[in-house]
Write a protein that binds this ligand. Structure first.
Ligand code: CP3
Length: 347
């Protein structure tokens, strides 16, 4: 019998809600310190320098694709490139995480932040995308940005945070300034993502890593609605969209108002229950705990099978971790997951 196998990328077919032979798989942070070939490049290049060098950024994006044959790639960059382009000073100290200076604490600080033209302030991102499109062949490329709430936390705290107290103080004590900050992030992010798609990205993901810190009302007002404005403004581009509001397993009936086509979950919620609460009209991305990849191979494979069983072969499942892959993850652990997901193909 002649084969009628669909040659359109598995990832794009799954995002479109089509029935596919197995779930596509990629890992958040798949390019990075878990790979020895990335660590070799980082040995003599700073992280930000890497993001701003299209040749090297393209190379490190390709590394996990070459090694593992993931079904999707994601532009090597960072969510904090946007606040830098808006005028803040960004640095990554050794082992300290990111710093943004000076922190945004008042209406005056917010007013000083500029709107930016992505081609003028972040041309290296678009150039990386263009190089990748030429190298990737049939593997789709995801463009991304941080969601406004999550990026705002870094701008207000000035660094990573445990309790988001400065953010919440501003949200509740200077609500007008906080909303203006979100508004500026919404407009900038729309232009920034549009430029990535114009350059060749086929899918968009918004990372809302800290959305789970908010109670239901604040979540809707300060995280989901700003994200929704971005997805709505990009509708005409006709690209699939993914929203990853980490830590929101209990509030998926709120999160699903963001207007994305697919939603990412972390591992604190069962994928079947999450999908039920989210609504099966949406795609679901996730949700293996990345820490499981530090354990024995038989456990890794059993937990991978459990995620697949919860997804139940339903169209629209994208296999991923529930958060970024950990730097200490052994190569064999990734291979063990992929063996199971690839083996789940229906013939
Ligand atoms: O492969 C990919 O997923 C693409 C690249 C990517 C990076 N950051 C590279 C990176 C993506 C999609 C991000 C998103 C990002 N950046 C998020 C949202 C997703 C998440 O993980 O929650 C956040 C919150 C950031 C901000 C950020 N960048 C932090 C807090 C840190 C320091 C923590 C750490 O892991 O060191 C970074 C640095 C960073 N971004 C690295 C990488 C590969 C490590 C830098 C290094 O090489 O030392």
């Amino acid at each position: 019998m002649s084969s009628t196998k669909d040659t359109r990328p598995l990832f794009l077919r799954a995002l479109a809600g089509e029935k596919v032979e197995r779930p596509p798989v990629w890992f958040m942070r798949q390019a990075g310190r878990s790979l020895p070939e990335y660590r070799a490049i980082r040995a003599d290049t700073e992280f930000l320098g890497l993001c701003k060098n299209p040749e090297l950024a393209c190379e490190v994006t390709m590394q996990p694709i070459r090694r593992f044959g993931y079904d999707a790639s994601i532009v090597f960059s960072d969510i904090l490139i946007v606040p830098e382009a808006m005028g803040m000073e960004l640095s990554f100290g050794k082992g300290e995480g990111p710093k943004l200076a000076p922190p945004i604490r008042s209406m005056d600080d917010v007013k000083k932040l500029g709107h930016f033209d992505p081609l003028d302030k972040t041309p290296f991102v678009m150039e990386t995308v263009e190089r990748l499109v030429a190298e990737l062949g049939n593997t789709p490329l995801i463009g991304f940005a941080g969601a406004p709430f999550t990026v705002a936390t870094y701008m207000i705290e000035g660094a990573s945070s445990k309790h988001y107290l400065e953010t919440k103080k501003m949200m509740h004590g200077q609500t007008e300034a906080f909303e203006l900050l979100l508004d500026k992030l919404v407009t900038s992010t729309i232009d920034y993502l549009r430029a990535q798609v114009d350059a060749g990205c086929q899918v968009i993901q918004l990372f809302d890593t800290w959305a789970g810190e908010l109670g239901p009302e604040d979540l809707l007002r300060f995280a989901v609605k700003p994200a929704r404005r971005i997805f709505e403004a990009l509708k005409d581009l006709d690209v699939p969209t993914i929203y990853f509001p980490r830590g929101c397993g209990a509030t998926l009936d709120i999160v699903n108002q963001a207007g994305a086509g697919t939603y990412g979950f972390d591992w604190r919620v069962r994928l079947d229950e999450a999908w039920e609460r989210l609504g099966h009209q949406y795609g679901a991305q996730g949700n293996l705990d990345p820490a499981i990849l530090l354990g024995p191979i038989d456990v890794i494979q059993a937990k991978t099978r459990a995620v697949l069983a919860e997804a139940g072969g339903r169209p629209g499942h994208i296999f991923n971790l529930g958060h970024g892959i950990l730097p200490e993850t052994p190569i064999e652990a990734v291979e063990a997951v992929l063996e199971v997901v690839h083996g789940s193909a229906k013939s």
